[in-house]
Write a protein that binds this ligand. Structure first.
Ligand code: ASP
Length: 320
């Protein structure tokens, strides 16, 4: 009898703790370097989601090439609603790119929802000797033995874009991997590497200030915040299109009430005028609210995993 009463009491207490969730700061794992495109989205969203949650969201960078260590950390985190992770399209491509990934995006996590769609830009160091895409292409083909491409490792958006680009122009160049495109951008600005395809969230300011050269955007339509930059399709690379998306994940087994609160906060943040403005300025679109849900993320992840698997297999790229 006593045991039943105690059990009921414990349940009521944990229930009320959950009803008050969150009672302390939430950690958001970012699987790439600070100051890069994923980190930027994480920080904008962290501040905005903290308001409806009434708690601070602490961004914790766990950078690794390809963003493969962040999901492993999330998988091993306590499923109590106090650790979440932001990740991008890599969650759909890593299972095909790595022979033995240490997590399965389709089964090892709980889903919160999609965040945004981000186009990418093909950029080069400021003194790269090509004024437009046509000259760029001719230069890369003629100098393929010495030109270098920076990316954030196998599994990164910049890796995916570079892989598709090199296959489209049928020219391979040396790739230089980093633990995020923030450090890659530093080296591009310093002239240590030649070019990169990176998300507008990391390149817009550098493009606008003229510190890097831009040859095209990877979206079907031009990006409103970069109206003078042609699409790569317009520039001559017919049909070339790469779109990156971000989403939030939680450890498997996170209490339903906590996930519901996180989803509500995500939805609030996507409606926040500050978020809309920051995203617009950086050339990214907040996702429509119906996609900022666990079910929509799960469906999107599955669809993207199925879409990329045969393309990656065909490209024959593997990390071990
Ligand atoms: N999203 C990565 C970063 O934040 C870059 C990439 O995936 O290319 O650095």
């Amino acid at each position: 009898m006593l045991r039943i009463i105690l059990g009921t009491l414990a349940l009521a207490l944990s229930g009320s703790a959950l009803a008050q969730y969150p009672t302390k700061p939430i950690t958001m794992i970012v699987p790439y370097a600070a100051g890069g495109p994923t980190d930027t989205v994480a920080r904008v969203m962290g501040i905005a989601m903290g308001k409806p949650l009434g708690q601070t969201i602490i961004v914790e960078n766990r950078p690794s090439a390809g963003g493969i260590l962040g999901p492993e950390a999330l998988k091993n985190a306590k499923p109590d609603g106090y650790t979440i992770m932001i990740h991008h399209i890599g969650m759909a491509t890593i299972p095909s790119l790595y022979r033995q990934p240490r997590f399965n995006p389709l089964t090892d996590f709980d889903y919160v929802g999609l965040i945004n769609d981000v186009p990418m830009t093909l950029i080069a160091r400021g003194n790269f000797p090509a004024k437009d895409f046509k000259e760029f292409l001719a230069y890369v083909k003629a100098n393929k033995a010495k030109v270098t491409y920076a990316n954030a490792g196998i599994g990164a958006a910049s890796h995916l874009c570079g892989m598709l680009f090199m296959s489209a122009i049928q020219t391979e160049v040396l790739t230089v991997p980093y633990k995020g495109t923030a450090p890659a951008m530093n080296d591009l600005l310093g002239g240590q590497v030649d070019f990169m395809c990176d998300q507008t969230t990391n390149t817009t300011n550098q493009i606008k200030s003229g510190k890097v050269k831009v040859y095209g955007v990877t979206s079907k339509k031009r990006v409103p915040s970069l109206p003078d930059v042609p699409t790569l399709d317009e520039a001559g690379l017919k049909g070339f299109e790469v779109g990156i998306w971000h989403a939030f994940y939680a450890p498997k087994g996170t209490p339903r009430q906590a996930v519901d609160r996180l989803v509500a906060a995500l939805q609030e943040a996507l409606k926040d005028p500050e978020v809309k403005k920051r995203f617009n300025d950086l050339g990214t679109d907040p996702i429509s609210l119906d996609k900022a849900t666990p079910a929509a993320l799960q469906a999107h992840l599955k669809a993207e995993t199925d879409k990329w698997a045969p393309l990656i297999k065909k490209a024959g790229v593997y990390a071990d």
